[in-house]
Design a protein around this ligand. Sequence first.
Ligand code: ATP
Length: 370
Amino acid sequence: MKTQPRIALIKGDGIGIDVTDAAIRVVDAALEAVGSARPDYFEIRAGATCYAETGADIEPGGEERAGEGDAIFLGAIGLPSIRHADGTEISPHLRLRDRYDLYAGVRPVKAYPNAPQRLADPRAREIDMVILRESTEGLFYSAAVHGRAKVVGDEAVYDTLRISRGVTERLHRFAFRLALKRKARGRPGRLTCVDKANVFASLAFFRKIFDEIRPEFPDVDVAHSYVDAQALDLIRKPWEADVLVTENMFGDILSDLAGGLVGGMGMAACGEIGDEIGLFQPAHGSAPDIMGQDKANPLAAILSGALMLDYLGEKLDAPACSRASAMIEAAIEVGFAENRLRPMEFGGDMGTRAVTEELLRQLARRDAAA
Ligand code: ATP
């Protein structure tokens, strides 16, 4: 077993820097608590500040180096005040997604006690799902950055929604394996294919491939839903959702909707996983309105760190990493339940440093008790 993972660290801009520092401290403490070495981090400079200072949005050779570790951890990239000449924001991380074929966008959505819940129904406390968003094609195949839209003068614009067999087979297999993994951890292990197969040939193909792969995983309970009905159900009965697999644009919208049910941007973790490497980052941006003020909630970044450890546990066959991941999640759960985690984002009195210190205290206690 390889014991010391190598992590490419891209802190980026704004609160990305503070929340990355917080996540790394917590990841290191959890690994220490399970008797494992801290990862070997190597930093890569990228983002809007890098662009303003050097003229390049990522340091020379940075894109290649990012792929040299076992995983990439990213804080947040972009500042509205620093843009390319055409007005678009600085976004080298989008190239990493393409370069490393990070097709599986993992967005966990979980309710924590005493954190904001937008639904009055008490069952909203049980929300615990993962939205798996395909991240390299779908309607984003036509994203402006790729320049693939067909523009007919000033009269019409055509975007393309691409569903390919290769990507979709890998995505669905990833989804089935994720459902099985959650089942082994006491969740229902139910996988829902979310599409619009009744209207679009591309999404009928997405569903067809799902149904072809299904017999490989007889222990996974499956369902199908149309994206409009799924949006309704995410408000009516989100506690019934377990793993949802869907096209890029649908996943983009549904994961924000679901994230809104359980708090705010400061809780939204994200993994973007390919066959070779995974990139982990909080789903929020650089939040320039609160940067440098110790107000950012670091929990999305810390939960992304836990997701990264879980990924490394499997990838490197390192059960200690998986245990450290579970330990971070448990510390957050207990911290909220005992009202010892009170992020400012939710009207509490704890800034970035205070939330981080509280988690470090809890992990040290567990370490001592172990
Ligand atoms: P991007 O497009 O880069 O994702 P965005 O414009 O959607 O960024 P964010 O940077 O994610 O915006 O922030 C949106 C708002 O949410 C910010 O104004 C900020 O106040 C709040 N916010 C985001 N992340 C956090 C956080 N970790 N803690 C507290 N508040 C946050």
